[in-house]
Design a protein around this ligand. Structure first.
Ligand code: FES
Length: 623
């Protein structure tokens, strides 16, 4: 093991796994994995920081003042600031790794940006399909008999526009009421609205990540690329089951379920749109375009399309993409003519959310060999080197969602998210510092990883005997006990919680082993198909709400991800949502999302005769 390999030399080992950042003047508080830069933490949470280099440490524009907490001075900081400024806490946000709680003052943007930073440090040149043109038209006369529409289109004749009759309906009234001074609203090659006066400064779009569990909305000022608001909520389809299979099953059992599921998706999206608009002080009628990324089942349900063929072999999509959609097709009440685009899907189990993530991470153009893993019930994996892209989907099961874990719970207050065993015994980090109530996905991985590390779990995943436990980990050996007829490791006893005990059972360990074996079999087969070795991988991107919070060291230790230096394993944040932002900001990126479908090859695992043997080989923990 090299110095920077996961294990004893993990530089984040003694840092808290998540840190809290408070940004002013927006007064937003966010929690991110320790080690994430202030720049990424801000951009993941919709807080704009100046940048022209996309967070690569070269433009010196991302100046922020760390008012509370400590961030070491980097060599580039010393070139960007005077000593007195450094003493006052000024740092370059993209180089400032947050390893403790911080309070950060973000200066207002100094320039009207021509590019925006989205995804994993991607710079997107602002060329949105959505644009506004303010025009002052000559009034008609007896000698100038052009129609109202000709008059308007003549003033924007560099664009060849299609016009829906719905737009013409109010045109005459709007032109006359506004003395023929109006703003044309255009999305791509369509005129979707005409507004009185000059409204060209007010142009917004909504990017959605429609997840099975959580739905996130980003309201963007499309003219500057800056985020106006970010909101999230649970997908209101939850009563139909936690995963896609239970929601597909619901539609097979009950003929009314599809309509109800569609309505719940619409309500979730519309509630979020309303919340984001209210937070940003934007009228919903000022939002003209929607981009949505979601897995294939979520997209089909939201469009009211029967998902049954997705759930049974041979797993067929209704369509890989959908054109001509409006926001109303998704139940979103914003501008009445607002357009909507939905990321295309590669297959039933590599959906638009993954295409969006690949776009946001630049997997199609980055020359490094990179592995993208979105961990969830269905785990999507993509390997790429800028030339080739190969994807697969591995059925990881519900372990990470904690549904099948005895004391499992969602990552909410009370969830144990970090587990450490050291000379003083057991240390837990609980979300919101609450009394432990259960174990979330990242806590599960951490707990198992620590128990393997100290020797309380052997390589096969079995708890060791009491004698062996007393020898290898005397401080915590008495936590290895029985609940009913099952051996468990007690994370918090009834006395410690004042209520129910929180523990990890032998069966929970098995569940995690199944999940991690499915995932590691998936990436190993991708590596083989690519003809590369584990050690060749230059970066592993952990995506999705679960992957983002996973401890890289723990993920390496249990063999969930390739055995690499932890610094090569990075949290990618909500990349599905970032890809959706990208297509709103750049028509070119929108086009890129479509062409990705042709560039990504798919490796099917379910029909491989060697899958089961390989899966069984992967069940053990690396020693
Ligand atoms: S974003 Fe350019 S230096 Fe930080």
């Amino acid at each position: 093991m090299t110095d920077d390999t996961a294990g004893a030399a993990d530089p984040l080992e003694h840092a808290p796994a998540r840190v809290r950042l408070r940004f002013s003047p927006s007064d937003k508080e966010v929690r991110v994995p320790s080690g994430v830069t202030v720049f990424d933490a801000a951009s993941w949470n919709g807080i704009a920081i100046d940048s022209t280099c996309g967070g690569h440490g070269t433009c010196k524009k991302c100046k922020v003042q760390v008012q509370v907490g400590d961030v070491p001075v980097q060599p580039m900081d010393a070139r960007a600031f005077r000593q007195s400024e450094l003493d006052q806490g000024w740092r370059l946000a993209c180089l400032a790794a947050a390893t403790t709680d911080l309070a950060v003052e973000v200066p207002p943007l100094t320039t009207r940006p021509k590019a925006a930073t989205v995804g994993v440090g991607r710079q997107v040149i602002l060329r949105p399909a959505l644009q506004k043109r303010y025009v002052e038209l000559a009034e008609p006369t007896l000698t100038d008999q052009r129609t109202d529409l000709e008059r308007l289109l003549g003033a924007v004749d560099d664009l060849e526009l299609r016009v829906d009759t719905a737009v013409v309906r109010d045109l005459g009234r709007t032109l006359r009421a506004a003395d023929f001074k109006v703003t044309a609203v255009v999305v791509g090659d369509e005129l979707i609205g005409v507004e009185p006066g000059d409204t060209s400064e007010r142009v917004f779009g909504l990017a959605f990540d429609l997840g099975t569990t959580t739905v996130v909305a980003n309201l963007l000022d499309v003219s500057t690329g800056t985020p106006a608001a970010v909101c999230s909520m649970l997908n209101q389809q939850q009563p139909f089951g936690a995963d896609v299979i239970s929601r597909i099953s619901a539609t097979m059992l009950d003929p009314t379920a599809l309509e109800r599921l569609r309505d719940l998706a619409h309500k979730t999206l519309n509630d979020l749109a309303a919340e984001a608009c209210a937070e940003a002080g934007v009228d919903p009628s000022e939002v003209y375009e929607v981009a949505l990324a979601g897995n294939a089942t979520m997209v089909q349900l939201a469009l009211g399309i029967d998902p049954e063929p997705l759930g049974v072999a041979p797993f067929i999509l209704a369509s890989s993409g959908y054109s001509g959609l409006t926001a109303l097709d998704l139940g979103i009440h914003i501008h009445p003519q607002a357009r909507a685009s939905v990321f295309p899907a590669l297959g039933a189990y590599v959906g638009g959310d993954i295409i969006s993530g690949v776009l946001a991470t630049g997997m199609d153009r980055d020359k490094r060999l990179r592995l993208f893993i979105d961990i969830g019930t269905n785990c999507e994996i993509v390997l790429g080197d800028g030339e080739r892209l190969l994807a697969t989907a591995a059925p990881a099961g519900p372990a990470f969602e904690a549904a099948s874990i005895r004391c499992g719970m969602r990552a909410a207050p009370g969830a144990v998210e970090v587990v450490r065993i050291d000379d003083d015994g057991l240390r837990l980090q609980v979300i919101d510092d609450a009394v432990p109530a259960g174990l979330c996905g990242s806590g599960l991985v951490d707990a198992v990883s620590e128990l393997v590390r100290v020797g309380l779990l052997d390589g096969s995943g079995r708890f060791v005997s009491e004698d062996a436990a007393a020898e290898v980990a005397p401080k915590v050996a008495d936590r290895l006990t029985m609940v009913g007829d099952e051996r468990v490791f007690l994370l918090a006893s009834e006395e410690e919680t004042g209520g129910n005990a929180v523990y990890l059972s032998q069966r929970d360990v098995r569940e995690l082993q199944f999940a991690k074996a499915a995932i590691s079999t998936g990436w190993r087969l991708l590596l083989e198909a690519f003809g590369v070795e584990e050690g060749d991988i230059q970066q592993v991107l952990l995506a999705g709400s679960f992957g983002t919070y996973l401890s890289p060291a723990s993920a390496v230790r249990i063999g969930l991800v390739p055995k690499l230096p932890v610094l090569r394993i990075v949290s990618a944040g909500n990349v599905a949502g970032e890809g959706a932002k990208m297509v709103l900001l750049s028509a070119q990126e929108h086009h890129g999302a479509q062409t990705l479908l042709e560039e990504i090859a798919y490796l099917e695992l379910s029909d491989r005769t060697d899958f089961n043997d390989r899966f069984v080989d992967e069940l053990a923990f690396p020693t």
